[in-house]
Design a protein around this ligand. Structure first.
Ligand SMILES: *Cc1c(COP(=O)(O)O)cnc(C)c1O
Length: 348
């Protein structure tokens, strides 16, 4: 790997007590190009602009995929990653779907760990901060013929972040637009999925909601995800969550929360969940909690859900809420504060 370090670190310019998500970037980035059917020599460079031909394929056809993960610091100043191999597996599933090359686990992990060691001062040592890691791949061929590219770039950039508190979360159940369809790219972390979700999301935000609850594209009767997170409900003392499908993204947080809940003796059901079922549980007083789960926020409690003229109000959290208990447990594992019985964390 070729490493070129910056002559001038930007770290002094960063107000770590006032981080807004994804706006400031660490000093270095990892880049490796794919050409002639193989990955070339990886490099670490000072963070900075890429120079790209306007005919570069990604600008026209959107062959672009990404991942989202975090590095944490424990009390001993060790750098901890959370289930990174799951991110690599998912990146490669996304690559297959978007007709892009798979990345080798060694290239990814060597690139990432070297980058983290070089930029370790950018990983905040605090219980509510971490370093957000954004690996991504773009089509880099210089032609605008609508055929798959043959050249690509895989890049990792990082950004210090705090657990972003978003205030109240009031969601609206979507009845017209779809985030993804069966047979589409919804299970992949494809950049285009996000592009297609922005306009419908903006629309509900103009109506005063925080985010959308996405339903299946055909009947809009079944719940899929909320915003860019997986969704879970507590019915009595059981958790229910939509079963993974081609139109739902398999979150690593989702999988981890399910595992932790089961280990605590909580029953978890993964199945199809209809909107009318949730409304009935609410009317019968059995819907006790609802929350979104994903890397950026870990676990985000939902305050209300609106369907047409029905508003489902969800009780405030308390110490015994599943949302509180499960979130604290997951964070304690991620920050290396408790025994990691599932061997999820990886010390860099
Ligand atoms: C990334 C993502 C998630 C959450 O996945 P995690 O691995 O838990 O971060 C959920 N839904 C969508 C659409 C996503 O893009």
């Amino acid at each position: 790997m070729q490493i070129t370090k910056t002559l001038q670190s930007n770290i002094q310019q960063i107000d770590f007590n006032n981080l807004s998500f994804g706006k400031c970037f660490s000093d270095h980035m990892f880049i490796v190009s794919f050409k002639n059917d193989e990955w070339q020599k990886p490099e670490i460079l000072p963070y900075g602009p890429l120079s790209l031909n306007p005919g570069t394929h990604v600008f026209h056809y959107g062959q672009a995929i990404f991942e989202g993960m975090k590095a944490y610091k424990n009390k001993q100043d060790d750098i901890l990653l959370f289930r990174p191999l799951e991110n690599i597996k998912r990146l490669n599933r996304s690559a297959d779907r978007l007709c892009m090359p798979r990345i080798d686990e060694t290239i990814f992990m060597q690139g990432l760990t070297t980058l983290l060691e070089i930029d370790k001062d950018w990983i905040p040592r605090s219980d509510n901060m971490s370093l957000y890691i954004r690996p991504f791949m773009i089509a880099n061929s210089e032609f605008i013929r609508a055929t798959p590219a043959s050249e690509f770039k895989f890049i990792i950039i990082t950004s210090p972040t705090s657990t972003y508190y978003s205030g109240k979360t009031n969601l609206k159940i979507e009845q017209k637009y779809a985030r993804s369809v069966v047979g589409g790219t919804g299970f992949a972390k494809a950049a285009g999925n996000y592009a297609a979700a922005f306009a419908p999301t903006k629309k509900v935000q103009n109506e005063g909601f925080t985010q959308i609850i996405w339903t299946d594209a055909i009947s809009h009767k079944y719940i899929e995800e909320c915003g860019t997170m997986n969704i879970m409900f507590r019915i009595d003392d059981k958790i229910i969550t939509p079963k993974l499908s081609e139109s739902i993204l398999g979150g690593i947080t989702r999988d981890s929360i399910i595992t932790i809940a089961k280990q605590k003796g909580i029953q978890v059901e993964e199945r199809r969940i209809s909107v009318s079922e949730i409304i009935n549980y609410y009317k019968n007083g059995r819907l006790r909690e609802a929350f979104g789960v994903g890397t950026a926020v870990t676990l985000n409690p939902i305050d209300s859900i609106t369907f047409k003229n029905i508003v489902i109000d969800i009780e405030e959290l308390n110490q015994d809420s599943y949302a509180t208990v499960l979130k604290n447990e997951l964070l304690a594992i991620q920050y290396g504060k408790i025994k990691d019985i599932n061997c999820w964390t990886l010390k860099v």
